[in-house]
Design a protein around this ligand. Structure first.
Ligand code: F6P
Length: 355
């Protein structure tokens, strides 16, 4: 009888998800006894009645590594420990449905689960592993906020998209003597902003790890203008950034506007405009780096199942493809350390962090 692996992707989509799925399937198909099945829309597929499962054959995954999104569809609100369940009266109540999940895995003969996800998803992986599920994790996130692994697929593509946006904004800021503010994603980490600011050539980079001092931002902006108002500047701000002395209240899509308001209040003379890059950072085809990384991680994850290294995640560490306990991965959040060499590099070329 064939051994069955359930592939679940959770959380926000991210460039490279399809490349991972393809790699798992292609690696498994080199051996005779494995069957790979996908769960539709995160854990919905294995929990719904009837089940929504997709047999992942080599034919089905042909050429999908270059496609954005995920052929399985995904969801960031389907934690099986806190899962929306329709009640008899039609209302929705969140419940722990992990016993049902474990029951379904058993009844439908699944030997293992490969879970592709970010921080929150792997907290789920770890808890499921503690409940006895044979689970292997794969790191995916555009935010680069997963610790332990040197790289998570999706991040480089997002940083590339953000850089292209800075490139374009620099030319129009220059033409109009404007200050242009670009807000990028990243959750509570400033990795995308930091990379895009350096690669695109912004003058100011604001990240959640360094609370913003508007006086310092103003100083930098003023240094970019002549007395008669000629000059331009570009600010890249991470969505999780916040002002010094103010509580860290993240309201997605708002920090760029707040900065613009504060600059206007301070009577800064230049024209100011904001751009919120949003989900453009998550969609579309992965760049080569992410396709390769996703493929490596998919192959490795399958091999970890074969070796029964359950409760671990396929990771890159110190240039080696290896595996680490899920517990280690979720114990820390990968923020930008102020001692990181890229902060040093950015400061070295005059980028202000508003500090
Ligand atoms: O975790 C990925 C991410 O894109 C974050 O950068 C962002 O904060 C969040 O997801 C957006 O979530 P949603 O797609 O639910 O708006």
């Amino acid at each position: 009888m064939k051994q069955r692996i359930l592939v679940v992707n959770s959380g926000g989509d991210c460039p490279g998800m399809n490349a991972v799925i393809r790699a798992i399937v292609k690696r498994a198909s080199q051996e005779t006894k494995w069957e790979i099945i996908g769960s539709v829309n995160g854990f919905d597929g294995i929990l719904s009645e009837p089940l929504e499962l997709v047999p992942l054959t080599e034919k089905r995954v042909e050429g999908i590594h270059i496609q954005g999104g995920t052929i399985l569809t995904t969801n960031n609100k389907r934690n099986p420990f806190n899962y929306p369940v329709k009640q008899k009266d039609g209302t929705i109540k969140n419940e722990d449905v992990t016993d049902k999940l474990i029951y379904n895995l058993k009844v439908f003969n699944f030997d293992a689960v490969i879970h592709i996800g970010g921080n929150e998803s792997h907290k789920i992986s770890h808890k499921l592993s503690q409940k006895g599920v044979n689970i292997i994790g794969i790191p995916k996130t555009i935010n680069n906020d997963l610790s332990i692994t040197d790289f998570s697929f999706g991040f480089q593509t997002a940083a590339h998209v953000a850089t292209e946006a800075v490139d374009k904004l620099v030319t129009t800021a220059n033409s109009h003597n404007r200050v242009l503010i670009l807000e990028v994603m990243g959750r509570d980490a400033g990795w995308i902003a930091l990379h895009a600011a350096i690669a695109g050539g912004a003058e100011v980079c604001l990240i959640p790890e360094i609370p913003i001092d508007m006086e310092k931002v103003l100083q930098k902006l003023k240094s970019r203008y002549t007395a008669d108002g000629r000059g331009f500047a570009n600010i890249v701000v991470a969505e999780g950034a916040y002002f010094k002395g103010e509580k860290n209240e993240k309201i997605s899509g708002s920090i760029a506007r707040k900065i613009a308001e504060k600059l206007k209040e301070s009577n800064f003379q230049a024209d100011i405009r904001e751009t919120i890059l949003g989900h453009l950072q998550r969609g579309g085809s992965p760049i080569a780096f992410d396709r390769i990384l996703a493929t490596e991680l998919g192959v490795k994850a399958f091999e970890l199942v074969k070796e029964k290294k359950f409760g671990t995640m396929a990771v890159h560490q110190n240039f080696e493809l290896t595996h680490k306990d899920l517990k280690e991965v979720i114990d820390q959040y990968n923020k930008v350390e102020l001692s990181h060499n890229l902060i040093h590099t950015a400061k070295g070329i005059g980028i202000s962090f508003g500090d």
